[in-house]
Design a protein around this ligand. Structure first.
Ligand code: GLU
Length: 330
C-alpha cells in the first residue's frame, strides 16, 4: 500500500496562533495515525510578506507543541533525493513553477489579463464567492495580440490567468462530504501568476502537492473553495490527486475566525504567559473529540484515539471559560 504523505504548509507572515496549531495538530494526527510521513513546507512564495524570523519561530513553535515531520526544515529526510531541507520552501522552488507554467502555456491554457483590481471590484453587483472574491467575467480571454500590445505599450503589467476547462470537478472531502462544482461556479478563469511576476498561491500549492507526492491534504475549511482550482491544476499537470479534509475553524469569543491579529492567542504569547504545550494539546484534543476529559497531553498520547469521524462539523468558538478550563488565558 502507498505510504500516506501529508504536509504542514505555514505561510511565514506572522506567528502561529491557536487556529494554526489546531489545523497542524489535526494534519499531524491524520498522517501519524496511519503511519504516514509529513513534509514541513514553508509557503514563502510572497517574499514581500514573508519573514525569515517567522520561519524560525514557526519551526520552534511546532517543535514546542511536540509535532514532528520527516521532510523540510529541521528534518533529516530529503524528498525525491534531490532536495535538502531548505528545498521545501516555496522561495527555492521557482524553477518548478516556471516548468508548470510552460506546460500550461504550451497547451494554450494561459492568457494575459490586464484588468486592474479596481476594474474587477467595480463589476456591477457581482456577488463574492467565499474567499475567492468577485468572479472573473472573462474580459481578457479573447484579446487580440494588437490589443495586448496596446496595453503593454501603456506600461500595464498583466497577470496570467488559466483558461479554465469546462465540466464538473467532483471530490469527496473527508470532513465536508462530497462536492461537485464547475470552475465557473468557483469564479471562472483564475490568476496563476500575479502582475508583479509572483506565482499565485493556487499554482504554487498545486505544483508542490503534486511534485512532493502529497496524498493527504488536511487544512482549514476556509480553503475549501480553492480546492476545485487546485484539483484542476493537478489534473492538467498530470499529477495524482490527494485526498482532502477541510476541518472546522477555531473562532474567537465573538465568532471571528482566528487570525494573526489575535496576538494574545499566538503560541508565543500563550507560552510567554506560562502555558505549557501539554495544555494546548489537551485543549485541541478535547475539541477534536479525542480527549473527552481535556487533560494535558502530548500529541503522541492522543494519536491512537484520532479519527476524523469524531471531529465536530461546525466551527468552534474559543470562549474565555474554555481557555481558562485548560489553564490558558487568551
Ligand atoms: N499556506 C497556507 C496558509 O498558511 C495554507 C495553504 C494550504 O494548506 O493549502 O494559510
Amino acid at each position: 500500500m502507498q505510504t500516506v504523505r501529508g504536509r504542514l504548509a505555514p505561510s511565514p507572515t506572522g506567528y502561529l496562533h491557536l487556529g494554526n496549531a489546531w489545523a497542524f495538530f489535526l494534519a499531524w494526527l491524520a498522517v501519524r495515525v496511519q503511519g504516514g510521513e509529513l513534509v514541513l513546507r514553508i509557503e514563502d512564495i510572497d517574499q514581500q510578506r514573508s519573514r525569515t524570523s517567522y520561519i524560525k519561530a514557526i519551526v520552534e513553535d511546532l517543535q514546542w507543541l511536540g509535532l514532528d515531520w520527516d521532510f523540510g526544515l529541521g528534518a533529516a529526510g530529503s524528498l525525491d533525493g534531490e532536495c535538502g531541507a531548505g528545498y521545501c520552501a516555496q522561495s527555492l522552488r521557482s524553477h518548478l513553477y516556471v516548468q508548470a507554467m510552460a506546460q500550461l502555456e504550451q497547451r494554450g491554457l494561459l492568457y494575459q489579463c490586464f484588468c486592474s483590481r479596481n476594474e474587477l471590484r467595480n463589476i456591477a453587483a457581482a456577488p463574492h464567492i467565499d474567499d475567492i472574491g468577485v468572479p472573473y467575467p472573462g474580459t481578457c480571454r479573447q484579446l487580440t495580440s494588437a490589443q495586448r500590445e496596446i496595453f503593454l505599450a501603456q506600461g500595464r503589467r498583466p497577470s496570467i490567468r488559466l483558461r479554465c476547462p469546462e465540466g464538473n470537478i467532483s471530490f469527496i472531502d473527508a470532513v465536508q462530504g462530497s462536492r461537485c462544482v464547475t470552475l465557473a461556479d468557483c469564479g471562472g478563469d483564475f490568476v496563476v501568476q500575479r502582475s508583479d511576476g509572483v506565482v499565485a498561491y493556487q499554482l504554487a500549492v498545486s505544483v508542490d502537492d503534486g511534485h512532493m507526492g502529497v496524498t493527504q491534504v488536511l487544512r482549514g475549511r476556509d480553503i475549501l473553495s480553492s480546492t476545485p482550482r487546485q484539483i484542476a491544476l493537478l489534473q492538467l499537470l498530470g499529477y495524482d490527486l490527494p485526498e482532502y479534509a477541510h476541518v472546522p475553524l477555531l473562532l474567537d469569543a465573538a465568532g471571528q475566525r482566528l487570525a494573526k491579529r489575535h496576538k494574545s492567542l499566538s503560541l508565543r504569547a500563550l507560552r510567554q504567559s506560562g502555558a505549557q504545550a501539554r495544555d494546548v494539546i489537551g485543549l485541541l484534543g478535547y475539541l477534536a473529540g479525542i480527549n473527552p476529559r481535556g487533560q494535558a497531553a502530548t500529541p503522541g498520547e492522543l494519536m491512537p484515539h484520532f479519527s476524523l469521524t469524531l471531529l465536530p462539523r461546525k466551527d468552534i468558538r474559543l470562549t474565555t471559560k474554555l481557555l481558562r478550563a485548560h489553564d490558558l488565558s487568551g
